[in-house]
Design a protein around this ligand. Sequence first.
Ligand code: NAI
Ligand code: MG
Length: 496
Amino acid sequence: MTDLERKHDRTPVPKEWTYAPAPESREVVSLDDRYGHYVGGKWLEPSETYTTISPATEEPLAEVGQATPEEVEAAVVAARDAFENGWSGISAAERAKYLFRIARILQERSREFAVLESLNGGKPIKESRDVDLPLAAAHFFYYAGWADKLEYAFPNRRPRPVGVAGQIIPWNFPLLMLSWKIAPALAAGNTVVLKPAETTPLSALLFADVLRQAELPPGVVNIVTGDGRTGAALVKSEDVDKIAFTGSTDVGKAIQRELAGTGKKLTLELGGKAANIIFDDAALDQAVEGIVNGIYFNQGHVCCAGSRLLVQESIYEPVVEKLKRRLTTLRVGDPLDKNTDVGAINSAQQLEKIRELVESGEQEGAEIYQPPCRLPEKGYWFVPTVFTNVAQSYRIAQEEIFGPVLSVLTFRTPEEAVEKANNTPYGLSAGVWTEKGSRILWMAERLRAGVVWANTFNRFDPSSPFGGYKESGFGREGGRHGLEPYLRFDNGPSHG
Ligand code: NAI
Ligand code: MG
């Protein structure tokens, strides 16, 4: 960095070089003042409500329901009724038709959804527009294609739907996680009760309008909003046949305990502490882009984020120097501005967690780097951060921060890289950067992670299964694998 600073001293760089604002229009979204629960194809007036806000401005956006156990039960009854009296009996091709419709409507309304997603969740519009929305639609298209081919996907096993699926999703990719959950469930012939996260309910509530447009039969998808108490009520509900959960490892463990011995099916997609491993023969500039995408994408609110950077010792200095320089060019600010790279932290609670862990990193002895950065006065913000001089035992190297914070460690040999990468209770993803194909394969065989990206990071495709090892959870979403948790089989193993 010293070289760079010296160069800066000599070059007449303008003190400030700002981009003109390029705001996306909020007008494409029209919000109601108050939302109920979407149950049996109708809006159920909620008995309790809370206010959902924009994390970038703290402005209130709407009142939404905090579903009580009775309201959750009403949704489960509606889902059971739809399952028994229609949905499980219609032809598979007919089911596919609805999924195709939903996919098309999401495409048609993608701008509206992208703006709403950024407004309620804080993520940059360029990400919700170019990643969340296209992938959400792609998931529905993909699973629409499987609906009438289940016999081919699982030959000789006579696949049948499970029944009513309870689905609990987080706030980091609200609409995309909804799609990951609902698309395979419906393709397999189930009905659904979905609970979005408390800080980001609005895209799920707008999705109810997509279901209306698609003329999906009432009760096939029900949406109840609320916090963990609502989620817990859904898990406890006796008439739910399967729970799918994405969120924290702690809540995942509690759900697993709750369901033990009930015979209900369960999939858990939990946290991660992924290693992004850079070998000395990697294309460094591309690798630096991959590192940035790996940890600063979506403010680092990504379960598979590349939050631990493992750099081969011989290239440590150039990598860290390039990385720091790149950080100074990241634009942090208004999520609805098309130039924004890093948006708002999703909630005050999450910001507090990030701050606490960053403080622990400094106290334990790591060296912190943050580029100069002016943050908006209102809202929840955190400057993109790099920690060097990190020991494996530090909390910032062990715990999921779920924020724009990278911990840099080094290694000398491939064996050491594998050992360090696997030295975590998690096992969701990993990245390998090297020119050698044989080394990629060697590493991928040894990394205990559900996904291993080579010379890229954070790439998703609906046909590719995603899920964890160890405390990152079990079960897979995406691909043919993603159908299995939503099916029971007359022949062969029925767990999944
Ligand atoms: P969380 O696990 O509490 O929330 C995720 C979802 O579970 C939300 O819909 C929430 O309402 C629901 N929930 C909470 N308690 C529940 C319970 N007892 N029974 C059923 N559902 C329940 O996660 P939170 O508190 O929002 O974030 C805490 C940390 O968890 C984050 O800092 C991050 O490290 C991790 N996390 C990981 C995610 C992932 O994608 N793997 C997503 C969100 C958070
Ligand atoms: Mg929580």
